[in-house]
Design a protein around this ligand. Sequence first.
Ligand code: 2AM
Length: 547
Amino acid sequence: AGLDAGAQPVPASAVSPPRAAEPLTILFASESGNSEKLANDAAKLARRSGFKPRVVDLAELDLAELPKAKHLMVIAATWGEGEPPGRAASGYADLMGPNAPRLDGVDFGVLALGDTAYVEFCAIGKAIDARLAELGARRAIERVDLDLDFEKGAAAWIKGAVEKLAPATPEPQTGNVVAVDFAGRAGAEPSREPVTAEVTEHINLNSSRSAKETIHLALSFEDGAPAYEPGDSLELYPENDPALVDQVLKAAGLAGDDALRRTLLSERDITTLSPATIDRFAKATGHDEARRLLDSGEARAWIEGRQLIDLLETYPAALSAEHLGDITRPLPPRAYSIASSRKEVGEEAHLLIAAVRYATHGRARTGVASTHVADRTRTGAKLKVRLKPNRHFRLPADPATDIIMVGPGTGVAPFRAFVQERRAVGATGRSWLFFGDRHFTHDFLYQLEWQDALEDGSLTRIDLAFSRDQPEKIYVQDRIRARRRDVIDWLEGGASFYVCGDAKAMAKDVRKALVDAFADVKAMSPELAEDAVRKLERDRRYLTDVY
Ligand code: 2AM
C-alpha cells in the first residue's frame, strides 16, 4: 500500500482492470535509465487504462515472442554517435537482422530519445520505427523524437499512445486515470527532485604539473543526502561560462541585456550546435547563407568542433532575445557517477569531475559543467543536483562475490563507492581494480586511499596502467591481457566484471580484451569467446557505466 504516494485516488475500475485486460508490450532500450523509467511510467498508466502491460528490456528480448504482442510500445534511446544502448546492442542487431520474425497484426508506436548535440539524433528510435513497419506491424502512433529535455514530451506521447492503443470498448475513464505522477515520486523509489548541495571539499587530485585537472568534490545536504546507492549518479545543473555568455550576447547584437544574460547563464544551452540549431537559426533570422549551409549537405562537417558562437560569428545577424530562446535548447544537467558510499561518508556525496578544456578552430573550448565546477565553484558554494539512480550498475547482492573493476581516469569514481561500501559491510568477496591514467606521479587519483584499502583488505588487488610513463602506450586493457589467466579464473569463480569510463574507445577495447582472454585461456574460437562475454552480460555479471 501507499506505493503511489503522489497519485490521486482512482476509480475502482481503473485500480482493478477487467479480467480480459488487453496485453501491452512496452519494449525499452536504455543506457542511463531514462527510457526504462519512462517504460515503467507508461506501464503504470496503461494498467490504469485497462491494459495488462509487460515491460521488456531490449537487452533481454526473446525475438520469437514479439509477434505475439498485439500492442507494442517502444521507448528507445540513442547513444553517442547513433548507437543503441550498450546492453541492448545484440537485441537491436537481432531485430534489424535477417532472422527477425514477421509482425503482421501488431500495432505499435515508437518514442525516440536522443541528444541533438549528436548528428545521428534519435537514430535508433527512427530505425526501430522503420523496421517494425517493414516487418508488417501497423504504426498506430506516430513516432516522436525528443531531446534531453524529454520529460513533458514523453509524458504527453505516452498518454496519447495509451489512449490510441486502448481497447475498442475502454473502461469508463475519468480525469484521475491520467493523473499519473511522471516525476516518479512513487514511494518505493528515492526522491528525484533537484536539491541544493553545499560544496564542502573541492580538491584537484592531479599534481600541479599534470596536464589534467580532476576535481574531488564533497557535497553536503541540509536535509540529508539523497538516498543513493553505490553505482548511482548525480545530475549537476551547471552554469555557463560568463565570458562565453558575453561573447554570445555580443555576436547576437544583444550585449547589455542583463535579464537575457541571466537566462543564458543558467537556463540555455549556448554551446551545442546541431543541424537543428542551424535550422532554427536560419528560420529565425532568414539568413540565406546559413540556410545554404544546411541545404548543401556540408553542415555536418562544418559543425564538427564548432559551437553556437561560431555560427553566430560566421553568419552575423541581429537577433532578438526571443530568437536566442528559440535557437537554443534548455541547458541540460550533466550526470556524474557518485564516488562515495553513504555507509562511509554519511550524509555526503562525493563526485570526481575532470575539467574538459580543448581548442578547435582556433578557439579555446571548455566543458560546461566540468569547468563550472573546476573554475567557478569553491568550497562553500551551492550546487543544484538531482539523484539519477542506475539500477543496472550495482554491486553483487551477495557480498561474498568477487568483483573486477575497470575504471581509468574518472571512470574510477563508482569503484571508490564500491570499495567503501564493501568495507563498510565487511564484504568477504575479493575486489580487483584496474586503474589507468597518464602519469603515476601526477595522475594517480585517490592513490593513498587505494593503498589503505589494500592494507585493510577492502581491495584485494590493483593493476595500474600509466599510459605516458614510457614510450609506448599502456592501457588498462593491456593489463587485463597480461593478467588474463587470473581474470578468467576469477570470472569462472563467479566474479562480476565492471567497466566505467570512456565509451568510445576504452569500453570497447576492454570488452575486446576480455573476449580475447576467453579465447586464449579457454582455447575457444572467437565466436565462442564472444558468446562467453555475452552470457556474462545477459547474466548481469558484465556491467558498464560509460559516457
Ligand atoms: P592517454 O591519454 O595517454 O591516451 C585516463 O584518461 C586514461 O585512459 C589515460 O591514461 C588515457 O591515455 C587512457 N586511454 C586513452 N584511450 C584509451 C583507450 N582506448 N583504452 C583505454 N585507455 C585509454
